[in-house]
Write a new protein. Structure first.
Length: 167
């Protein structure tokens, strides 16, 4: 049997409260001094997009550009409508066979679909590098003061405009 009243909610704290000495074990929230403003929380680092999100976006963009429905494309690809919807929303990680079927249903090859996703990732990466250079006051145009991330953009593999998949 429960010891709390039936019409009252029971609160379970997610974080332990600190107790001050001499309070007899009573818990108290930390107090701020009067007039002191809380320290600003550091801005979270932007989340790098997942490959499944990029592929899903490319599938949806292409389907909508062709004015086709989920039902139409799913039937042509021989996959379920809910599964195609989850792929487009980046909720599922599809096999290469499923991606190829969805791409064929849209009149694309698998390489075409993955190239669209790669283009989106490239745009995202370039926008992030541009933001980091703005934050550095324009530093990063030459070779002096460039970060490891900036140097990787001019690596020998960066000269190829292609797609590399590894299994």
């Amino acid at each position: 049997m429960s010891t709390h009243a039936p019409n009252e909610a029971r609160v379970i704290p997610l974080r332990p409260h600190t107790s001050s000495p001499g309070s007899g074990g009573a818990t108290r929230a930390p107090q701020r001094s009067a007039g002191a403003s809380p320290a600003p929380a550091p801005a979270p680092a932007p989340r790098e997009p997942l490959w499944r999100d990029l592929v899903g976006d490319a599938l949806r963009r292409e389907r909508l550009a062709q004015d086709r429905t989920l039902k139409d494309v799913a039937e042509a690809a021989r996959i379920s409508i809910p599964y195609l919807s989850e792929l487009e929303r980046g909720r599922k990680e599809a096999s290469s066979e499923v991606l190829a079927a969805a791409a064929r249903a849209l009149g694309l090859g698998l390489a075409d679909l993955l190239s669209l996703a790669q283009d989106e990732l490239t745009r995202y990466t370039r926008s992030q590098v541009g933001r980091s250079q703005v934050g550095l006051g324009g530093v990063g145009r030459g070779t002096v003061g460039r970060s490891r991330l900036d140097r990787s953009r001019t690596s020998p593999t960066a000269q190829y405009d292609g797609l590399c998949l590894a299994a």
